[in-house]
Design a protein around this ligand. Structure first.
Ligand code: PMP
Length: 370
């Protein structure tokens, strides 16, 4: 049986589904989750909130998720209010809604690769042409080249990812500012995907600071900053992503969002998690410490390591055979990620003991492959 025998859209025939392996292993360090489960007080509070929400499940939820958006605006600060914020089932759904409104047949989106592969996949799933822009050899983005690519291709949407996945590279505000200006010149929207922002090293500015600047000639600003509760907030299973933008952008997204897309249980869970923001974000420093430990140890081993502002590390494989090393490390019960870039692998920072398991597995695997 082959789904291609079904009358699926022609433009979907060459696609493959997103497929990070979900293998049951002792050390899953492949999808950039937070290794710490929600704290017990939050779990207890979640049970209470979900129980309360359950009593009204015969009714549809608040279609506009107003209370949650207000809480998210308070968390983000930067003078943002409920009208600037939108929420959905994971930032992937946010990205899909953006592409449904601003992309689609006859339109195009550009991203600078390597970057988060779902930008391309969601573009293609919404029949938006995908344009592959390039990063530099050290995975930074050259502002002049990005501007030239935007002017040449005249895309409808520009994707920037900072800190970038899979490389961990954060972007200078000047680069984002230059891209926003160029995008404005061709009438494009700019999406800055900040899924990993909370893990950035001190001094890394958020694109949120550019929102007030990004307003051309009294028209709505075209800058959209996306975030998620899946990483720093340790809530990947709850599926909550959000964005901040000009209120007109949110009005536009209402055109495509499914009615009642965010369940009452999800809204209750997300609002409860936000009440525990201090405890939840308390794990961020521990994760960053393990990330820095990985960077330090791999560098000491003589590996090529990309500086990281995220909760993962992208590194070069001696000899270049990343598939062989990935398998060896997996044989030790540690699942890391081969994103398909030759000679490179990505590992998520775990707890101290998970990180130790990875480092031990890596050292033993390198010795065997030597
Ligand atoms: N953006 C980036 C850069 C990501 O790496 C991810 C998840 N890996 C997402 C968005 C989507 O996250 P979620 O849908 O869980 O919010």
């Amino acid at each position: 049986m082959d789904y291609r025998d079904l009358p699926i859209r022609d433009d979907l025939r060459e696609l493959t589904p997103y497929g990070a392996p979900q293998i049951d292993v002792p050390y899953p360090l492949n999808t950039n989750e937070n290794p710490y489960g929600p704290p017990p007080e939050l779990v207890a509070d979640l049970a209470r909130a979900v129980t309360e929400a359950a009593t009204t499940l015969n009714r549809y939820p608040d279609r506009d998720a107003t209370d949650l958006r207000k809480d998210l605006a308070d968390y983000l600060g930067h003078g943002l209010t409920v009208g600037n914020v939108w929420a959905a089932n994971g930032s992937n759904e946010i990205l899909q809604q953006i592409l449904q409104v601003f992309g689609g047949p006859g339109r195009s989106a550009i991203g600078f690769e390597p970057s988060y592969s779902m930008h391309r996949l969601i573009a293609l799933a919404t029949a938006t042409e995908w344009i592959s822009g390039l990063r530099e050899g050290d995975y930074t983005l050259d502002a002049a080249k990005a501007v030239a690519a935007i002017e040449r291709h005249q895309p409808d949407i520009v994707f920037l990812t900072s800190p970038n996945n899979p490389t961990g590279t954060a972007m200078d505000l000047d680069v984002i500012r230059a891209v926003v200006k160029a995008a404005d010149g061709v009438g494009a929207m700019v999406v800055v995907d900040e899924a990993y922002f909370e893990f950035a090293r001190p001094g890394t500015p958020s694109a949120l600071t550019l929102l007030p600047e990004a307003v051309p000639d009294g028209k709505p600003g075209r800058l959209i900053v996306t975030r998620t509760m899946s990483k720093a907030f340790a809530m990947a299973g709850a599926r909550v992503g959000y964005l901040a933008a000009d209120p007109a952008v949110i009005d536009a997204l209402l055109l495509v969002r499914l009615p009642y897309h965010l369940s009452a249980l999800t809204q209750a869970a997300a609002r409860t998690a936000l009440k525990h923001v201090t405890a939840l974000l308390g794990t961020v420093d521990a994760v960053k410490a393990q990330r820095d430990r990985i960077v330090g140890e791999l560098t000491a081993l003589g590996l090529h390591v990309v500086p990281s502002d995220a909760n993962f590390v992208f590194f070069g494989v001696p000899g270049g055979d990343q598939k062989a090393l990935w398998q060896r490390v997996l044989d030790h019960g540690v699942l890391i990620r081969d994103v398909g870039i030759p000679g490179m692998l990505r590992v998520t920072a775990g707890t101290e003991s998970e990180t130790t398991a990875f480092l031990d597995a890596l050292k033993e695997s390198l010795a065997v492959l030597d």
